[in-house]
Design a protein around this ligand. Structure first.
Ligand code: UD1
Length: 380
């Protein structure tokens, strides 16, 4: 008897989180891992390029949901995935990270049981086990849609796999049963180690005439930064001023590009010779730029972790982070638009802090997750 395990993938940062686990489960004779792509991200370079780089097979199930308001997107995923659960009856559903599809699939699965749908559809299991990979992270900022997704997912999931010990502490503090929590480490580091050979071989940065350690890379996509025209203008100015000190690679997220165009800011960026504007990059290309950069400016979650692991300074343009270990232990610093220029000068003049690597960020998280699944599903 094999156990069917759904791995929910929706948006760019999810693909790196499911890849090592999908490959690890494929090597297990008792497991039948199935990728469920909700379609939250659908562009070639936001989705397909990641499947290719991470050597993932085509999703077994595609919900094709697309963009929308938060409620629309969440509701469409719930409606589509409920049908899939009923039809396929998976033994376990693994959701990752904190995007809208994470909470949507968790809620659809949790309600199958609570609403009695299981009986109506002759389920032979009460309800699939729901497991959350990257559980327990908290920014304590509910204006961030991801924070709501994290809290609600962790309340409903049966198993909570945490990436760092602050995750365990947050969950215990919220009254979650200790037995549900398993500290497994950071799965993003597994992806990085899995692809390290390919990342190091590529040298895409030299194709852009950049020298190792002599350029920065910037990513910006959070609504709190790029949906505010005034702030977006200041960020544009920051990128321009920084690129006059050293070259800046800037892969532009679709949300950011749309807003730059609408606010007439794209042209001023395009005119700067030190700014290299690119389409969103695939995993291997992006990581090749990061590996060889002097520092990173970002508002992403995952990049704060990757830079800590690599010992590269990371200036995070956010007032808070759900990944505090990258600040206390790693190379990350939270910055605001008015002070970040000083931080950039510190990094360039070599005055930035050095960090260390958090516990269990070691490339072995997928195997710890597989052991946890075996004990949950009673696999000999
Ligand atoms: C989503 C996640 C965020 C994650 C980010 C990574 C939520 C609430 N947010 O934000 O946590 O950090 O992904 O990118 O789940 N678009 C395209 N092509 C695509 C995808 C999106 O053009 O393939 C455009 C659409 O205009 C869309 C907008 O980008 O409306 C935003 O996409 P959406 O998935 O809603 O959120 P992200 O900002 O990408």
């Amino acid at each position: 008897m094999t156990s069917t395990i759904h791995l929910i993938a929706a948006a760019r940062p999810n693909f790196m989180k499911i890849a090592p686990l999908f490959h690890a489960l494929q090597r297990e004779s008792w497991a039948e891992p199935v990728i469920v792509h909700t379609g939250q991200h659908y562009d070639l370079n936001m989705s397909d390029a990641f499947f290719r780089d991470l050597q993932l097979s085509e999703p077994g199930i595609h919900l094709g949901v697309g963009s929308g308001t938060h409620a629309e997107q969440t509701a469409k995923v719930m409606m589509a995935y409920e049908k899939v659960i009923v039809e396929k009856q998976p033994d376990m559903i693994i959701v990752v990270g904190d995007v809208n599809s994470t909470i949507a699939c968790t809620m659809a699965a949790a309600k199958i049981w609570y609403t009695g749908l299981a009986n109506r559809f002759n389920f032979n299991v009460e309800r699939p086990v729901i497991a959350h990979l990257e559980a327990g992270l908290r920014s304590r900022d509910r204006s961030m849609p991801e924070e709501i997704n994290r809290i609600a997912t962790d309340v409903l999931a049966d198993i909570l796999w945490t990436p760092s010990s602050d995750g365990d502490e947050n969950l215990l503090h919220e009254g979650i049963d200790r037995e549900k929590i398993v500290f497994v480490g950071n799965i993003m580091i597994d992806s990085l180690e899995m692809m390290r050979k390919h990342i190091e071989k590529l040298d895409i940065y030299t194709k852009h005439k950049l020298k190792k350690g002599e350029y920065a890379i910037a990513t910006l996509h959070r609504p709190s930064n790029v949906d505010n025209p005034e702030l977006l203008a200041k960020l544009t100015d920051l990128l321009i001023r920084t690129s006059r000190k050293l070259p800046v690679v800037f892969p532009v997220h679709p949300r950011t590009r749309k807003n730059l165009e609408q606010n007439d800011l794209l042209k001023s960026l395009e005119q700067e010779s030190g700014l290299i504007l690119l389409e969103p990059q695939s995993y291997i290309k992006f990581m090749n730029f990061v590996f060889n950069s002097r520092f990173v400016i970002t508002d992403s979650g995952g990049i704060q972790e990757e830079t800590t692991y690599l010992g590269i300074p990371c200036l995070t343009l956010r007032p808070n982070t759900e990944r505090p270990v990258t600040i206390h232990q790693g190379t990350n610093k939270l910055c605001d638009i008015d002070s970040v220029a000083n931080d950039i000068n510190d990094v360039i003049s070599g005055k930035f802090k050095k960090g260390s690597i958090p516990e269990y960020w070691d490339g072995k998280t997928a195997s710890r997750v597989v052991s946890s699944i075996k004990s949950i599903l009673n696999i000999g």
